[in-house]
Design a protein around this ligand. Structure first.
Ligand code: ZN
Length: 182
């Protein structure tokens, strides 16, 4: 009886396709969310499910080809503390730099150090459309900036030298060819 009751509340989730660099659609600039209806919540639930499935710590709507300003993040060890940021904006609180070896679900298997401001204040709307402000630093600040870049059509490789970016691109193209042949 108890399990039947629990089942009634299980949401049907869908794993979304994550666009891979250098897909041009990753260059689209996302528009602000204006409709906070149930379709948005389904979209967010699916993004969370997709992020957890891929064992990522963050995902921007741009990466699943939805060009609205929505980000999901979960930095918790148990993956039970999702953070949903809608229409985020940020302000740098301290110019001190923070170096982190970043990765991205749109650029799998590639990691490199990116330097970003260490502390920032982020304003956003939450899952229910309520206005929120958080001061963040370290990994959370890096993660939010990485995902906000996606909403502006920027991937973390854009922060690296041209030489490094070209090297990644060549490797991706080579792997794609090998996949076709194989
Ligand atoms: Zn990314």
């Amino acid at each position: 009886m108890a399990s039947l009751l629990t089942n009634c509340f299980i949401k049907i989730m869908t794993i979304l396709t994550v666009l891979r660099f250098p897909d041009e659609r990753l260059r689209t600039v996302a528009k602000p969310v204006t409709d906070f209806g149930p379709a948005l919540q389904t979209q967010i639930d699916n993004m969370l499910e997709t992020m957890y499935e891929a064992q990522g710590i963050g995902l921007a709507a741009t990466q699943v080809n939805v060009h609205r300003q929505v980000i999901v993040i979960d930095l918790s060890e148990k993956k039970d503390a999702p953070l949903v940021l809608i229409n985020p904006s940020f302000e740098v609180l301290d110019d001190e730099a923070f170096d982190y070896q970043e990765g991205c679900l749109s650029v799998p298997t590639f990691y490199d150090d990116v330097e970003r401001p260490k502390q920032c204040k982020v304003k956003y709307l939450d899952y229910h459309g309520a206005e929120m402000t958080i001061d963040c630093d370290g990994l959370l600040a890096t993660c939010i900036q990485h995902e906000m870049d996606h909403l502006n059509g920027i991937v973390f490789l854009d922060h690296l030298s041209r030489l490094k970016r070209d090297r990644v691109l060549k490797k991706i193209q080579k792997d794609a060819k090998a996949e076709l042949v194989g």
